[in-house]
Design a protein around this ligand. Structure first.
Ligand code: NAD
Length: 487
């Protein structure tokens, strides 16, 4: 069934010092709907000038009225932002789906409610953050004092636009910082609407600023090298992280990086295969496989290999690839022509490496327009194939058998990435044993994507620097001073 489209796309302007503004030179670019290849609207194209203007506004706001707003009042503002997102949930979900090509029901049931929850969670969490005091015999008392880091640059990817922006912006505001945000060029709409909501919720002018644009030699580059930005929170590819790190080095910015993944999904033969298949379908193909946490390397213990593959392939063949607005669509469109070509190039690599494509590997029939690709399951690849080693970030997984626990641990760790992993087993001791040896920041046992926002989130190796979530986010978005008083 098709859902009625009530919300129209929006033309996106920058939001600086509490106002929506065009670029100084009136430059803009087109925003393309990946499901239809039609133009959704225009986006102001910012660069150094707009970033300078936004940073100056953020610096003024840091030392203005925002500084004197109490923790309790800031918490109320955060809660109000979350409430307002929920009041306009359908509008947000519609814009997110138009921008990304993801199914509307997915945006409406996960991305947008979770974005609101990011604000609600930190609104509660921030008021429980307290100060440690230590007394040193009768010599001295030491206590720590937390203050904002300052002006924070937030640079975002396109896959979960509002969810990931709010994951950073909520703790950033909770700790009293001000922000200059750059959304991904492919997905500017929900970030723009969020600015309207921040203003309505009572965020003072200049506290939150948004500059649209691209990466190098554009808004992203200007934020990374700006001498008056104190910290950068970045989510995206490792190569971009490296470029940002270089640009930020001259002003020694504090950095938080959440980067890519090539996550192993390890299935032991003692696990409940029906449950495994059900969750593995999600961990492989939800959001068209465009989630950093997707388990794209599936390792199955040999006794269960054939049965798992049979059940998995059968179910995946029934997944409906379709228009994002249709309720029965399970896999929507990929983000862009460029990305669609890139994902297809990996399928070509797999073919050249002698792989078996058990299902998918092509554009579904009946689509003249839009970047649609069938969910693809590949077997028969060597661990050195680029398809097994590199992040594809699309609806493509490889499946490989294994015989020994030690062997699969080595294979799982044979990656430059270390974001997440999933282990399926009903053997408690093995679950702990294997989990302790997997080099990843987030490890799930018999589940996937189950999150408690207090827990550390982030990757090791090329998957990131630092952790976010609960106190980890509070630590990044604040500076601690220790004060010692001689008694
Ligand atoms: P990307 O690195 O290409 O772009 C991310 C952002 O950085 C965009 O806003 C882009 O304009 C900007 N940018 C690009 N070059 C820049 C430069 N030189 N200086 C400053 N800014 C620059 O990533 P993407 O394609 O948008 O997103 C996909 C990647 O993000 C994947 O690798 C995925 O795994 C990763 N990701 C990680 C997480 C996580 O939590 N670890 C979450 C989502 C996505």
């Amino acid at each position: 069934m098709q859902v009625e489209t009530k919300v129209k796309a929006i033309n996106c302007l920058h939001f600086i010092n509490g106002q929506f503004v065009e670029s100084q030179n009136k430059k803009s670019f087109e925003n393309i709907n990946p499901a239809t290849e039609e133009v959704l609207g225009t986006v102001a194209e910012g660069g150094k000038e707009e970033v300078d203007y936004a940073v100056a506004a953020a610096r003024r706001a840091l030392n203005g009225k925002w500084k004197n707003i109490t923790t309790g009042e800031r918490s109320k503002i955060l809660r109000r932002i979350g409430d307002l997102i929920l009041e306009r949930q359908e509008e947000f979900a519609r814009l997110e789906s138009l921008d990304t090509g993801k199914p509307f029901w997915l945006a409406n049931s996960i991305d947008i409610p979770r974005a609101a929850y990011n604000f609600h969670f930190f609104a509660d969490y921030m008021i429980s953050v307290n100060t440690d005091a230590n007394q040193q015999d009768d010599q001295a008392i030491h206590y720590s004092y937390r203050r904002p880091v300052g002006v924070v640059g937030i640079i975002k990817p396109w896959n979960l636009p509002l969810l990931l922006l709010t994951w950073k912006l909520a703790p950033c505001l909770a700790m009293g910082n001000t922000a200059v945000i750059k959304p991904a060029e492919w997905t500017p709409m929900t970030a723009t609407l969020l600015m309207e909501i921040c203003k309505e919720a009572g965020v003072p002018d200049g506290v939150v600023n948004l500059v649209h644009g691209f990466g190098p030699n554009s808004a992203g580059g200007a934020i990374s090298e700006h001498p008056d930005i104190d910290a950068i929170s970045f989510i995206g590819e490792p190569g971009t992280g490296s470029a940002i790190m270089k640009a930020a080095a001259s002003s020694l910015k504090k950095l938080s990086f959440e980067l890519g993944g090539k996550n192993p999904n390890i299935i032991f033969a003692d696990s409940d295969l029906d449950e495994v298949v059900e969750t593995t379908i999600k961990s492989s193909f939800i959001n068209q496989g465009e989630v950093c946490l997707c388990g794209s390397r599936i390792y199955v213990e040999r006794p269960a290999y054939e049965e798992f593959l049979k059940k998995f392939v059968e179910k995946v063949k029934t997944l409906k690839v379709g228009k994002p607005e249709n309720e029965d669509t399970k896999v929507g469109a990929l983000i862009s022509k460029e990305h669609y070509d890139r994902v297809n190039s990996y399928i070509e690599i797999a073919r050249n490496d002698g792989a078996n494509i058990l299902t998918g590997g092509k554009r579904p029939e009946g689509f003249d327009k839009g970047y649609y690709l069938e969910p693809t399951i590949i077997t028969g690849l060597d661990r050195n194939s680029r398809c097994v080693r590199e992040e594809i970030f699309g609806p493509v997984v490889t499946v490989m058998p294994f015989d020994m626990e030690e062997e699969v641990i080595v294979q799982a760790n044979d990656s430059h990435y270390g974001l997440s992993a999933t282990i399926w087993t009903n053997d408690l001791r093995r679950a702990h044993r294997v989990a302790h040896q997997i080099e990843a920041g987030i490890i799930w046992v018999n589940t996937w994507f189950l999150r408690d926002l207090r827990t550390p989130f982030g990757g090791m190796k090329n998957s990131g620097i630092g952790r976010t979530g609960g106190m980890h986010s509070i630590d990044f978005y604040s500076e601690l001073s220790n004060i010692t008083i001689k008694l």
